[in-house]
Design a protein around this ligand. Sequence first.
Ligand SMILES: Nc1ncnc2c1ncn2[C@@H]1O[C@H](COP(=O)(O)OP(=O)(O)OP(=O)(O)O)[C@@H](O)[C@H]1O
Length: 643
Amino acid sequence: MASTLNVLATFTIIRSTFNDFIPKEIREYLWSFIRRFSSDFTLVIEETHDGSSNHLFKAAMAYLGSHVLSASSASGSPKRLTVGKNENVRKFTFGLDRHSEIVDFFHGVPMKWKYNSDVNTTNNNQFNSESRWYELSFQKKHAEMVKSKYLPHVVSMAKKLKNQNRMVKFHTVRRERWSSSPVNLDHPMTFSTLAMDGDLKKTIVEDLDSFINGKEYYKKIGKVWKRGYLLYGPPGTGKSSLIAAMANHLNFDIYNLNLSAVNSDSSLEFLLLHVSNRSILVIEDIDCTVKLQNREAGDEVGGFPHVQVTLSGLLNSIDGLLSCCGDERIIVFTTNYKDKIDAALLRAGRMDKHICLSYCTPSIFKQLAANYLGISNHDLFCRIEKIIEEIHVSPAEVAGELMKCKDPDKSLENLIQFLENKASEGTSDNTEGERGGNPKQEKGSKSKNSTKSDVTNNSITFLALGSGSKTAGEYTVKAELAPILRGVLLKHGDILANCLLNSMQCRSSFLEIVCGIIQKLQAAKLEDLTEVELQSMVASVCDLESVKLELDWLHKRLDEIIDALELVKHSSKLKEDKKRILQEIEQMEKELETNCHTEKPETQNKSLQVQEMKAETEKLSETISNTEAKVSHFQGSLVDGLL
Ligand SMILES: Nc1ncnc2c1ncn2[C@@H]1O[C@H](COP(=O)(O)OP(=O)(O)OP(=O)(O)O)[C@@H](O)[C@H]1O
């Protein structure tokens, strides 16, 4: 700190006329003379400090950025601000323009900030570099307070602001490592749009807030600053939505870990150790990916012989994550079947809070109606609430119905029709005790309902072409998917030959997912697909592989498409670079034309620079055409050779 303390006396107003008419040397002499009698004190905060980047400079930039706009309406405030936004932040960021000033009041004490910058040019005029610094001026008597209170306040506020403004990222696993290019989460779910019963939402938000504000408390009680949540409940009750709301509330990244994509305990450990601070690690459907019971019997992977991650490996990795490195981490497990999970995973310390997401209740329905239709009451509410109390219907199903029509009367009538159909199909099991706690409805039962109607309306029954030992069976898929399924079975044989699922209904539903993915790929062009969509297809394929569907051919194709998409992105970036350089060349050539008669060294340098830039664009063109050649086979169809 001592080295950044330059004691300079300052005057508050520097008149431009003074600068214009008095030579620099005399001005400096006068300033140093005046400074000796001033009670002001100035700290110079340069961009670099002791040879490396100065955190205080960055903090000042972020801190002042949040003040400048509100202060700009006050008198004497800066008339020019800088503004910008890059893809890693949510909102515009403002800043002081060079040579402008702002006064910040801290406990009533004025702190005057000035932003400066200067361009340094080397002797031969070849390299320009910009030095930037802030000057913080205050009365000498406040020096101790600035050092012990104000500067720490600036740093901590800057950290807070930076965290609030950063874009939340969604990380997925690729080839047993976190993907190097996480996507922006951009999920609209927040706690105000998430429908939940009674005080549950309030309790969760309070728990998250007390966790996030509890650094000192955790330190005091000697506990590592991490928290584990288990979210359980039937499909479609909002577990994933709650995770998105948590991430948006805390501005934490999500690390989505699909255990079936991890081949060994050591890979799992590696992944968990490389989760960053301020993040939520999500392990979804933990009961499906690893069979976690029968620990004593040493049957950790039980009926899932392909799963390489063991329960002890998972426990060790989680304990490692929870005990040693990093801070501000949340780990979330989701399951449809809480009772299938080994108690060791759920014990306090690993999972601090168990949150049950329930089937739709009258209160959840009302929140959904308010969100989707913008109404808080309606004559039909009574009837709907009555049916909802009688049957098991998920918030996702109700939301799906409400989304279909914007007119409240029509939408609610449609919902009644849907609920009555559901009731008459006998999907509700009124003998079940807890509405959401211990779902007896199988995860596939939602699709079972839809399959039922599909069978009568628009479906086709298929005889699997057995590839050998296993008896072929009848798969029922939607009519539109039948040609795809036929193609798959012909090309790849019975991909369910070793499938761990026995019921034809489940097998058919899973085949529909496979065909659905292929249908999407058939209809799409490479540039229409997003990485999120592709990652979600890969996640589905991984899930299906975890129950032994033979899908390595589809998995490989999706990986190839993801790689190709990355190349396309890379190539369009290169094209932009090339365009920019060409524009610069054009500009420089114009300047050279104007100065063609001078033989100054700058003119010669510039023409050399133009030649170098031209060579660079040629290289870029070559890289672009190589990249395009690599993805050219995907320009036609994405499913070529797949069926
Ligand atoms: N409680 C809820 N509040 C608001 N919307 C909800 C809620 N539950 C579900 N939805 C809607 O239903 C969709 C699916 O829900 P979501 O994926 O969160 O359920 P889930 O419990 O994670 O399901 P699964 O167990 O099948 O993964 C969401 O995108 C959202 O639109």
